[in-house]
Design a protein around this ligand. Structure first.
Ligand code: NAD
Ligand code: ZN
Length: 266
């Protein structure tokens, strides 16, 4: 039998294969593995991260549009961005990285996924134990009376309003808002007991999500980082840095985990 075709160019192949084998080894040895994901994991689904050129965030700066004070001051202005974001998110599909993460969870090699994303693509990719650190965009709430509506039922309405007349806000955590208590506490507990942490597609600059890798490392977890670029974690807490697009790396990693675990023959 010939070798399976590699998605990587020949020069990168041996180094990449070696790093992926190291990551698979860490995952197979761990009894408690977490993933922390950020906007980068959804870039291959067509959702720009904060750095993508020409995407949503180059027209609506997050500092100006994605803050709770901006929403309170001028909800109509912030809804211009939210409406475009909702159109984009509701049309998006999980990519190979989300699917691979879902498969690792099903195989029992990944226990919880803490995501900073609000796009629900981990669930669409088959994952079940998803902690949505920054909320999600599947529902909208009213500040005044606390009523909640599904995004689906309010999609045709612009501006979406509560029956009390107040403009609704999606249940995403804007800058300046508190992290949902359950997500915060569970993530902290998980990070303290993890033996391995996969950090995928996050610049790890948004606080307090960026304390999760540090906390996990201090408690003895091995860190695998997958990113197209180096981050401040790479030279400080990362054990295995795999540089490139999450989709093909995670797809290859799942195959390697199966081989390492003896679930398939190579
Ligand atoms: P970020 O934009 O600060 O960083 C994204 C990281 O992903 C960067 O380090 C980049 O190098 C990396 N990256 C880009 N494409 C990649 C790919 N194909 N494969 C692997 N890595 C890739 O994102 P953040 O750290 O998540 O922080 C931004 C905040 O804004 C978070 O709260 C985030 O959830 C939110 N946000 C969410 C979405 C979404 O729900 N999809 C999109 C944009 C921003
Ligand atoms: Zn109301």
């Amino acid at each position: 039998m010939g070798e399976e075709p590699s998605p990587f160019c020949p020069k990168e192949r041996s180094n990449m294969a070696d790093l992926i084998a190291q990551a698979a080894e860490i995952i197979c040895r761990s009894n408690m593995t977490l993933a922390l994901t950020g906007a980068g994991i959804s870039v291959e689904s067509g959702i720009p991260d904060f750095r993508s050129v020409g995407g949503l965030w180059s027209r609506y700066s997050p500092e100006e549009y994605a803050t709770i004070s901006a929403f309170v001051e001028d909800p109509e202005k912030v809804w211009m961005m939210l409406r475009e974001m909702d159109e984009m998110l509701s049309a998006s599909k999980p990519n190979k990285a989300h699917l691979g993460i879902g498969e690792l969870e099903k195989l029992g090699y990944l226990h919880y996924i803490i995501t900073q994303n609000v796009d629900s693509l981990h669930q669409a990719g088959g994952a079940e134990n998803v902690i949505e650190y920054h909320g999600h965009s599947r529902s909208l709430s009213c500040f005044r009376c606390g009523n909640r509506y599904t995004a689906e039922e309010k999609r045709g309405e612009y501006l979406p309003k509560c029956r009390c007349g107040e403009i609704l806000k999606p249940d995403v955590v804007l800058f300046g808002e508190a992290i949902p208590t359950k997500a915060l506490n569970t993530s902290f507990q998980m990070a303290s007991s993890a033996q391995a942490l996969m950090v995928v597609g996050t610049s790890a600059v948004v606080s307090p999500a960026n304390t999760i890798p540090i906390n996990a490392k201090q408690n003895g977890a091995k860190l695998i980082e997958i990113n197209t670029e180096r981050t401040h974690l790479t030279d400080s807490v990362t054990d295995v840095f795999i540089q490139g697009e999450a989709g093909k790396i995670i797809e290859t990693l799942v195959v390697e985990v199966k081989k390492t675990a003896g679930l398939v023959t190579s």
